[in-house]
Ligand binder design. Structure first.
Ligand SMILES: [Zn+2]
Length: 303
């Protein structure tokens, strides 16, 4: 038999996916979880470093535009600072993590949540982010089976998780996450086998942006408050591009209910003041992930 030759990258990738699908199910989940943990470890770096990098870029723009203006205090990080360098280090004693201290979750447990050099506590947020990403990879595999959709769905979840954590920390949703996410959604839904038709995806991107834009202006004009930021509009536009316009009502409903519940509990426990604005991104992200995995069962309640 003549060996067939298909030079496309998609053909090769599809063959790997077919090989993956032929593995025993337990091995597939093992791969998915380990892959998720490794991506989760990278996300902790993104969440920590991206805001610093954006702040620096913004500051150098300001300094270029107004050279005589008083300079803001510099951040404590080294001059070369991006997602790859410098290597991760303890923020207390600057001890550079060795390879075995950088294994997702395992190192945290082995070191009992402390720096091996100075004994300072390591935030449990690192292993929790890694575990959450591992769980999202397994969920994507469970919901969509071995194939492109699971991989794409996991990509959406991982980006949403990073965006949610950055929004929670800084009250800012970076364009560098939301805008590529929007494009990725349109591309994923371009052909067959996406999460929505291309028509619904484009409509979703427009509707997502406009809906929150309207809510923002109504609040601003009627009550004089800014309940959310432009990052939220772009995030919901991206979610509409991924899940289609029809999913947006459920995403916003889950986000609003979860956000209100969180706000009430946080105020009640005196963690925050009532007037303090909540970051909306984490709740939009949660609503999207739920919708990605379970569809839109809420609509059945309303007929
Ligand atoms: Zn240390």
């Amino acid at each position: 038999m003549q060996p067939s030759f298909d030079p496309s990258a998609a053909h090769f990738a599809s063959r790997y996916l077919a090989d993956f699908a032929a593995l025993p199910v337990a091995v597939q989940y093992g791969f998915a979880v380990v892959f998720g943990l490794v991506i989760g470890s990278f996300l902790t770096v993104v969440v920590h470093r991206l805001p610093v990098m954006l702040e620096r870029a913004w500051r150098s723009e300001v300094e270029a535009a107004a050279p005589d203006a008083p300079k803001a205090a510099a951040d404590p990080y080294p001059e070369r600072f991006n997602l790859a360098v410098p290597r991760s280090a303890c923020p207390h004693c600057k001890h550079v993590l060795r390879a075995w201290e950088n294994i997702p979750v395992v190192s945290y447990l082995a070191l009992r949540g402390r720096c091996s050099a100075c004994g300072a506590r390591v935030s449990p947020r690192y292993p929790l982010t890694e575990l959450a990403t591992g769980a999202l990879a397994a969920l994507s595999l469970y919901a969509y089976g071995p194939g492109w959709a699971a991989l794409a769905g996991f990509g959406l979840c991982a980006t949403l998780l990073a965006a949610a954590l950055i929004d929670y920390d800084t009250r800012y949703l970076p364009d560098i996450l939301t805008l590529p996410l929007l494009w990725a959604g349109l591309i994923v839904n371009f052909g067959e086998g996406g999460f929505a038709t291309l028509h619904d995806a484009v409509t979703g991107a427009i509707a997502g942006y406009l809906f929150l834009w309207c809510v923002y202006w109504i609040f601003k004009l009627v009550r004089g408050v800014e309940g959310m930021g432009y990052g939220d509009f772009k995030l919901l536009a991206a979610i509409g591009a991924w899940l289609g316009w029809a999913a947006l009502a459920q995403v916003v409903l889950i986000a609003a209910v979860a956000g209100a519940a969180f706000g009430i509990v946080a105020t009640w426990r005196k963690r925050m003041r009532f007037e303090e604005p909540l970051p909306f991104g984490p709740f939009l992200a949660a609503g999207s992930a739920i919708t990605l995995f379970v569809g839109t069962p809420l609509y059945a309640l309303f007929g």
